[in-house]
Design a protein around this ligand. Structure first.
Ligand code: SAM
Ligand code: DTB
Ligand code: SF4
Length: 314
């Protein structure tokens, strides 16, 4: 399957198949490469909130939109380490730190390098998402022991300028190249429900396939239409189209971890279960994502128990 040649036609064929057929194919691929009852838990912390000069239409942290968010300075080192310890106690395998920057400023970047080393020494995998990176920043992060860098392409190249005007798709691809060249694992995916077409979803998946190697981790976010952002009133994407896209991602990327990222708080148990059956095998745990609510630990624990899913044994 993985050696198959992917193009618009072959992906459209999959999208046009009956839902059960696509989900069945995805589950077969999933079972071949993973233990289907295992769910990876990652934890997320916004270490620098708001005041971001970018204009991503979905994001409450952009200075371009009047949202309810209060900008904050970079978190204190000790406070971050406390959160990382708590995340480990709750079963997280990876601790991901996000900062609302276009690209990391010098002093903040040095502090992040120290945080990466400290979090890693707790026995957690590390991930950061800091915006655009040059080659030297990527290699400094590698040296500090960073395991993953999250940088999403979000949608198709064609649709991208309708969502973000302050940077180009190519800026994003350049950063991903710097991350790959430095030897850090790539965490790269997108958002569904931005108002994109099926064709855009296909192009986004084809773009992920063009990387020299498949991203080890693929976050699929469901748009959370946040108050004050231009996408606040966006009509919700059809649930089955969302599920099909997850299933097709699994078929195309048999060995990648697929994270059902933003949007779980707004989804029913059944909707999430369909996504897990279609190959999503990773989630963020904890009450908040970066700024938006995420299901509580108790709610997630109940859902995992009902579905018979559990974190992998260490
Ligand atoms: N500033 C960094 C950047 O843009 O790469 C890191 C943080 S950014 C918030 C990480 C990702 O979160 C975005 O690429 C997008 O996919 C996702 N995201 C942000 N706001 C979202 C929303 N309202 N709903 C769903 N996903 C969202
Ligand atoms: C990703 O793809 N999703 C996470 C993580 N990478 C950094 C972020 C989701 C953010 C959802 C909106 C918010 O919390 O502000
Ligand atoms: Fe800034 Fe990232 Fe939000 Fe875009 S998504 S406005 S780059 S924090």
């Amino acid at each position: 399957m993985s050696g198959r040649h992917w193009n618009k036609r072959s992906l459209l064929n999959l999208f046009e198949m009956p839902l059960f057929e696509v989900v069945h194919r995805a589950y077969v691929v999933h079972k071949k490469h993973f233990n289907p009852v295992e769910m990876e838990y990652c934890s997320l912390l916004n270490i620098k909130t708001g005041g971001c000069p970018e204009d991503c239409s979905y994001c409450p942290q952009s200075v371009h939109y009047k949202t309810e968010l209060k900008p904050e300075k970079l978190f204190d080192h000790e406070k971050v380490i406390e959160c990382a310890k708590e995340a480990k106690k709750n079963g997280a395998k990876r601790f991901c730190m996000g900062a609302a920057w276009r690209s990391p400023p010098k002093k903040g970047f040095e502090q992040v390098l120290e945080l990466v080393q400290a979090v890693k020494s707790l026995g957690l995998e590390t991930c950061v998402t800091l915006g655009l990176l040059n080659a030297s920043q990527a290699s400094d992060l590698k040296e500090a022991g960073l395991d993953y860098y999250n940088h999403n392409i979000d949608t198709s190249e064609q649709f991208y300028p309708s969502i973000i005007k302050t940077r180009t798709y190519q800026d994003r691809l350049d950063t991903i190249k710097n991350v790959i060249d430095s030897g850090i694992n790539v965490c790269c995916g997108g958002i569904l429900g931005l108002g994109e077409t099926r064709d855009d979803r296909i192009d986004m998946l084809l773009q992920l396939k063009k990387f020299p190697e498949a991203p080890k981790s693929i976050p699929i976010n469901k748009l959370i239409p946040l108050k004050g952002t231009p996408l606040e009133k966006m009509e919700e994407l059809d649930h089955f189209e969302f599920i099909k896209t997850i299933a097709i991602t699994r078929i195309m990327f048999p060995q990648s971890m697929i994270r059902l990222s933003a949007g779980r708080e707004q989804m029913s148990d059944e909707f999430q279960a369909w996504c897990f059956m279609s190959g999503a095998n990773s989630i963020f745990i904890g009450d908040v994502l970066l700024t938006a609510p995420n299901p509580s630990a108790q709610k997630d624990c109940e859902l995992m128990n009902k579905l018979g899913l559990k974190p992998p044994l260490k």
